[in-house]
Design a protein around this ligand. Sequence first.
Ligand SMILES: Cc1cc2nc3c(=O)[nH]c(=O)nc-3n(C[C@H](O)[C@H](O)[C@H](O)COP(=O)(O)O)c2cc1C
Ligand code: SF4
Ligand code: SF4
Length: 274
Amino acid sequence: MNILLLFISPGNTTAKVSRALAERFEENGHTVTLLNIGRPGNRTYTEVDPEIFQSADIIGIGGPVFHLRNLPPLEAFLSNMLPLLNPLTKAFLYVTYGGISSGKALLNLSELLDRFHVPIMGAVKLWAPHFYNRMVYPDLDALLVIDRFISGLEKNDYRPIEPLRLRELFSYQSPKVKIAYYLAEIVGESRKLPITFDANRCKGCQRCVAECPVGALRLYGIPVRDKKKCLYCYHCAIVCPSQAVICPTEKVAEMVKTNVKLLGWEQPRNEIFL
Ligand SMILES: Cc1cc2nc3c(=O)[nH]c(=O)nc-3n(C[C@H](O)[C@H](O)[C@H](O)COP(=O)(O)O)c2cc1C
Ligand code: SF4
Ligand code: SF4
C-alpha cells in the first residue's frame, strides 16, 4: 500500500515519530512518503505534487499539541488538501505532547476529517520530551507503542472506526482539562516570549529561516519575523549556531511546572485508540 505521512513538527519530535512509523511500515512491505508541511516547498498544498495525495491508500496525519490544540497551519493545510484525496483513502492520526494534556487535538482532527468524509482507522498519542529535555527520542516506550499501534491497524484489517465511537474514544480528558481548553488560547497568548535578533552575532547562515515551520522569517541583513505567522515554538532560538536569537527560552520549563501544578501529568502517557 502507498502510505503518506503528513505532519508538522516545529521542534522535530513529531518528525522523529513519523520516521519511526515509516520504518515500521516499510519493514511490512509498504511504500511510505513523508511530507513535512513545515518545510519550504511543502507549506501550502498547491506547492505539493497532487499525485502524492491522490495515490495515497492511507494517510497518517501527525502533529504536536500546542496549548491543548493542533497547530492552526496543520488544520489549514488539511482543510484545503483533504478534498484532493482519493475517496477510498483511509486515515490514522498521531499526536506528540509534552505530557500535561493532549487536549482536544485528536477530537478536533477527527471532526475535520469527518467533514470531508475521510474515514479514520485509529490514532496514537505519544508523550514526548520538551525541547529543553535532551533525552534520546523516540525512546523504547514510544517505539513499542508505535509497533503495537501498527500491529493493531493490521489486525483490524485497516477497518475504519464509526464517527460516534471516535468521538467517544477522543473525549477522554478530565473535566479540569476540558475547562482549561477554553482558556488555553488566552493563557498561551499572554505567555508569548519576546524574540529578537542580535545583528552583531548573526552570521546570516539562514538556518532559522529554512527551519521555521511556517516561513515566518526573512533575511534582510538579519532575520525579520512576521509576528502574525509566528507560532512561538522557539525553534529558531534553539537551532541558531551563533546564539543570535535573543529569547528567554528557559522560561518555558517554568511554565510547564505551573501547568503540571494546575493540571497534573496526563495518564496514561501513551495511548492507542483502535
Ligand atoms: C508553545 C508550546 C505549547 C505547548 N503546549 C502543550 C500543551 O498544551 N500540552 C502538552 O502536553 N504539551 C505542550 N507542548 C509540548 C509539545 O506538544 C511537545 O513538546 C511536542 O512533542 C512538540 O512536537 P514537535 O517537536 O514536533 O514540535 C507545548 C510546546 C510548546 C513549544
Ligand atoms: S519565527 Fe516563530 S514560528 Fe518560526 S521558528 Fe521562530 S518561534 Fe517558531
Ligand atoms: S540561524 Fe542565527 S546566525 Fe543563522 S541567520 Fe538565523 S539568527 Fe542569523
